[in-house]
Design a protein around this ligand. Sequence first.
Ligand SMILES: NC(=O)c1ccc[n+]([C@@H]2O[C@H](COP(=O)([O-])OP(=O)(O)OC[C@H]3O[C@@H](n4cnc5c(N)ncnc54)[C@H](O)[C@@H]3O)[C@@H](O)[C@H]2O)c1
Length: 480
Amino acid sequence: MTIPVDAILIGAGNRGAETYGRWALEHPGDLRIVAIAEPDAARRTATASGHGVPAERQFSSWEDLLSFPQMARAAIVATQDQMHTAPALAALNAGYDVLLEKPMAHRLEECAALALAAERAGQVLQICHVLRYTEFYRRIHEMIQSGRLGQVITIAHRENVSSWHMAHSYVRGNWRSAGLSSPMILAKSCHDLDILCWLVGSRPSTVSSVGSLRHFRPENAPEGAPPRCTDGCPAAEACPFYAPLFYSDLEPMLRALTHARGLPYRVGAWLALHQPGLLRALAAVTPPLRRITEYDGWPRSVITGRPTDPEAVRQALREGPYGRCVYHCDNDVVDHQVVALEFGNGVSASHTMHGHSHDEGRTLRIDGSRATLLAELTWSRTLIEIHEHRGGRIERTVMPTILEQGGHGGGDQGLMRAFVSSLRGDGNQPVLTSARESLESHLLAFAAEEARLAHTVIHMADFRARAEQVGVAYLGHLKG
Ligand SMILES: NC(=O)c1ccc[n+]([C@@H]2O[C@H](COP(=O)([O-])OP(=O)(O)OC[C@H]3O[C@@H](n4cnc5c(N)ncnc54)[C@H](O)[C@@H]3O)[C@@H](O)[C@H]2O)c1
């Protein structure tokens, strides 16, 4: 039996408790959570009891936890975007190897400072770039490396955020305002910019970008729409953003599940949409169906602490931020942005991020000198096609959908395996990003935002030098 790596958990919210904490519970031989910092008492005690963390190792803030001598090898930092730098730097200073949620930080100087601090300390700082660990992107990377596409010429990559996910996270939710969290291109697409660098095998030399907040504005509200969906909105029957559809009915998720490859998913989702009474009756004798009838995950778990209680969900919509009309929120992040990149090795790429998609996920096209690759990683289908130029042969690989594979198409699990393996030094699962490599994708996001706002082209060599300078200054300022 292997000895688990011990870790402290800073932030027991959606990612901390439900993704990384759950992975530890499912892999007791690999990871053990031995202390928790979380200000929300209910979350803290629930997570602590799940992991058997005693009262003296439960803390209401990371400052309290890190004031004690080092308690474990690793620290998982899963606080909100603007609260990453201080706990991550403090954990590195205290000797922990750190798994840090993306974005590394919401400011350029802090991202650079984090990468520098990890390098100076000689400790692991792994950023949660989960996409590199999905089978989907690993296969595409291998296909490029194998030379099957020939010389890669250009890539068109899209992050198609579904309209309801956009409404949940970037209009009503935690990432709605750059001032409260970070620009959407950083929050959502630092993953994609990282993937592009990995696939191309080179760093961009120039970046430009356009985009805006086009739709989720008061002037687009249906006539007579009240501040909340549940206040008798006259558009309730027709509006695609009517909140009960997402949280009470789970309609978009269930629709996506009806396309799953696995028959039980398809049947369960179809019944939930068309025969809910029959589903409830069947669930009474078929426990797997209760995963639908008693669904307690994202996004319901974000809006209430009692996600399986329909009345608690309704109350959250009547009183909380997620019941607000999408046209009457305090949001300011873009709902569409396009980034154009020119890489040092001559490859060009575009990345389009937007929040008006019928389906959630990523699509891409890579044109090479010998073949074109077309691929989709979405909630309703996952496939890679290679179309060869000579002879026209088409190879099609179909994989389980994101929902079937779980957490970011298997990326969450792969990331955790790699983190644990790197700390053990067993070489089983290599970590695919150093903090320095992760920094690059963040710099690209900051550069894209600067380019969008100033309508200019950013030269990355200058931008990197600027980031290094402000990072060094930031660390110097902390010491002084
Ligand atoms: N890797 C990915 O693909 C991915 C996906 C989603 C979110 N994220 C990122 O993960 C991070 C967390 O997101 P989330 O949805 O779990 O947020 P969340 O709000 O659910 O969780 C954050 C938790 O931090 C806690 N917290 C606040 N102050 C604290 C303190 N002083 N000490 C300790 N804990 C404190 C909060 O109470 C909360 O429970 C964000 O930065 C987000 O952008 C990453």
